[in-house]
Design a protein around this ligand. Structure first.
Ligand code: SDX
Length: 425
């Protein structure tokens, strides 16, 4: 990736040694000190656990301004992309860097359709999982297994049409998610249909049944597209960093995505949407919001206000703002009365006026309201993180493609050893 190196420099003085480090300026004016030659020039390394201050890569995919609550995919604001109402168009944008032409859209839809069927031999794998297995564990296992069923797909050199591998992944994994759900409730699996679009197909595979025909309602299909668009990418979050790290060892795409899926399942990451609903139900049952806020502030209490706070956003997560509005619209449209929405509003109001949360810039993040929408459209709580994963697939693929395409060297950070000095046996 040809990054324009500005003439600006930082001067680092260590004892009598003084070195100049180039300062790189990003598209939006953000600044980075290039330390690529630091160790060679000084013998020193930098240390920054959890990468709070470290940019791990150059990227052209997503831009976030955490102070101003800005999120753009390939330069387009998220507020404009949700109006497109098409998750697959946004998936194409993330992976290819531009929205598809009508012809490219047609081809991509065709690829999604022909890649939507699960290999019949894979179906039997689902029978081997315990009935109560969490669908995220099933999915990450089954995605890994795809490499065994499509061994000749050489993804490393991107020689295989990336659209085909993208379509295969986001289409089959959607089918796998629905199969995992049907298996968990003991119902026959529902096959994808060629007359339904991506989100409508998923809803149909989840909720159709031989004895209970399901009709895809446009307002539900639309809001699912919106939620998937909002979750599609978020630059170097934990699971995307896992994908870029694992992928740098030239692991095949399926195993790389499976690793991202595992990272996302953590309760501090994508698992939070399921935790939010559990927390709101606890608060609703107890009735005392301030008690839970006190617990969230108590360092001796492991309880955290789930769906609040973010490593990058130090203001309202723009995605949460959209989801909150969409949630209220949907509830009105479908005449839904969910007491948890009122609890969520009151928790938000209490936290946003509380010194502790204000001082630490803790605001609702994407997970705070998303579970309420999934609840309303019938998605069971143990599938909430699966929904996040389905949506994040194009983001992971885009970052994997960018990393492979820039011939990234294998990711292998340094450390500072502070263990035992040399000792005798
Ligand atoms: C996602 O990175 C991404 O982009 C992720 C994501 C994506 O799209 O990929 O946006 C998706 O993962 C959203 C986040 C979902 N997780 C949660 O909602 C879990 C609850 N949130 C927290 O665990 C926390 O806010 C994190 C994990 C989200 C962020 O953690 P950080 O950046 O490491 O922040 P921190 O723990 O250093 O917090 C700073 C302070 C601490 O207090 P002090 O030590 O300064 O006194 O804020 C406190 C924290 O204790 N704090 C919270 C809190 N979040 C932070 N206190 C109570 N409740 C919270 N939720």
């Amino acid at each position: 990736m040809n990054v324009e190196r500005k003439t600006e420099e930082a001067i680092l003085k260590i004892g009598d040694c003084e070195i100049k480090l180039p300062i790189i300026t990003g598209t939006e004016g953000e600044k980075a000190i290039d330390i690529a030659n630091l160790r060679k020039a000084t013998g020193y390394v930098t240390i920054d656990p959890s990468f709070m201050n470290t940019a791990a890569c150059y990227s052209q995919i997503t831009y976030i301004d955490g102070e101003r609550g800005v999120l753009r995919y390939r330069g387009i604001p998220i507020e404009d992309l949700v109006k497109l109402g098409s998750f697959t168009k946004v998936a194409y944008l993330l992976v290819n860097g531009h929205l598809p032409t009508p012809e490219q859209s047609r081809k991509f839809s065709h690829l999604l359709n022909i890649n939507s069927l699960l290999h019949e031999d894979m179906r039997h794998f689902f029978d081997q999982f315990p009935r109560g297995a969490h669908p995220m564990h099933i999915l990450s296992t089954m995605i890994n297994a795809l490499a065994a069923f499509y061994p000749n797909v050489d993804l490393m050199s991107l020689s295989e049409d990336i659209d085909a591998s993208t379509a295969r992944l986001i289409s089959i994994v959607r089918t796998m998610a629905a199969v995992a759900y049907k298996k968990s409730i003991g119902e026959p699996i529902v096959y994808p249909r060629c007359d339904l679009k991506y989100c409508g197909n998923f809803l149909n595979m989840m909720f159709d049944s031989p004895v209970r025909p399901y009709t895809v309602r446009p307002e539900i299909e639309r809001i699912l597209n919106v939620l998937f668009i909002l979750h599609a990418d978020h630059e170097q979050n934990c699971s995307t960093t896992a994908v870029r790290t694992i992928g740098s060892a030239q692991v095949n795409l399926y195993a790389t995505i499976s690793a991202g899926m595992s990272a996302l399942s953590g309760p501090l990451h994508g698992g939070a949407n399921q935790e939010v609903i559990t927390m709101l139900q606890q608060i609703a049952n107890d009735g005392n919001i301030s008690k839970f806020l006190q617990r969230a502030k108590d360092k001796n209490d492991p309880f955290r206000l789930m769906g609040f706070g973010h490593r990058v956003y130090k203001t309202y997560d723009p995605r949460a703002r959209i989801i909150k509005h969409e949630c209220e619209e949907l509830f009105t449209q479908l005449n839904i009365e969910d007491p948890l929405l009122q609890v969520a509003r009151e928790v938000e109001q209490a936290a946003l006026t509380d010194e502790y949360f204000i001082e630490r810039n803790l605001y609702p993040n994407i997970d705070f309201y998303s579970g309420l929408v999934y609840h309303a459209i019938g998605i069971p709580e143990n599938m909430f993180t699966v929904m996040f994963a389905l949506a994040r697939l194009p983001g992971w693929i885009a970052h994997w493609k960018e990393m492979i395409g820039t011939h990234t060297r294998i990711v292998r950070p340094r450390q500072l050893y502070i263990g035992n000095a040399k000792s005798e046996l």
